[in-house]
Design a protein around this ligand. Sequence first.
Ligand code: PMP
Length: 428
Amino acid sequence: MAPERGHAELLARHRAVLPEWLALYYEQPIELASAAGRRVTDREGRTYLDFFAGILTNAIGYDVAEISDAVRAQVDTGVLHSSTLYLIRSQVELAERIAELSGIPDAKVFFTNSGTEANETALVLATRFRRSDQVLALRNSYHGRSFASMAVTGNRGWSASSLSPLKVGWVHGGYRYRSPFRDLSDADYVKACVADLREVIETTTAGDVACMLAEPIQGVGGFATPPDGLFRAFKEVLDEYGILFVSDEVQTGWGRTGGHFWGIQAHGVTPDAMTFAKGLGNGLAIGGVVARAELMDCLTANSISTFGGNPVSTAGALATLDYLLDNDLQANAAKMGERLLDGLRALARDRPAVGDVRGKGLMVGVELVGPGGEPDPAAAVAALEGARERGLLVGKGGLYGNVIRLAPPMTVTEDEVAEALGILGAVL
Ligand code: PMP
């Protein structure tokens, strides 16, 4: 291994050997050296308050003793990883817990390593179950980077391949702010989207559609938040056609949205399946699908995920789940999320560059616009750099790259929310 010789040199080596399309944040990307709570420290010794970690991986935060101890205990057994061909106690226990928490009757769980694989699996199940290669997705969605999950990603910037193995019908509903239905009331917006859904089914599919896959709040799409009830209205139409509904909870799961444990519950809908990843591992690689048993068991061929559900990841995930529930982090997400939203709405009042503040719980998006209301991606880049200079890490997203995304770990405190708002006030 080549010796480490400074930040600039590492960056040059990264650029030389990793793909150009592997996105890095910041003009001078950060190399993390240590982390604790909601703060990370880089190799240069600068500490940042991390208001994006919650979505990326760390639902709870960094260096949580309970989780590290559970992982360490598993590592100490020497069974660092055994093939999932063998019985794994923590995997079974985690599946039981998630099946119960899902609210899906008679649920079964399959573990993967990532959200991409989870969505890939859900699409395999739905297309096989319904014997159809037609699916519905929302415009402005993000579901991953495999062949099938890119096929249902409605954002050209993240969907490198147009050679989709699926026939996809694109539906309105996610990104209201720049939709033709933006100025309608919530009820009329839902009606317009439902009419659009019917039209997409009738005009672009053969009717025998496998499933709709949708995020309750679009993550990469800039925390685009549809009105509650949209998916219940969609589900009524889907039920008429026998189309399955899969909720992508990769960003919205585990209580992050505050009001509910799963994002889709705000709509009063029980999906046929949900996909999850990211936060469950609090930094460990884990994802999965929870689905009705009939759907999960529709495959006749054998399948296995070599690492999906491995003992290290499932031990860590069980500890994460315990921590989330024992400390009622969903309630904290609701409370802190409200403060963050209120604070940003107050900031937005005398800042015309803030076009929209939206979200739920600890998923809060700030859409930056130019004088004519047009997307302003350069302002988002400047805000990210400015926040970093002042010691705050935030995310970016949206179809036009002009949305600041705030998603701190669910343990975030009042003081930290106030600190972040102070910095954002200075930057925006
Ligand atoms: N679904 C959603 C909603 C996501 O936000 C992401 C990741 N940004 C994925 C799926 C893919 O997950 P992963 O990166 O773990 O493959």
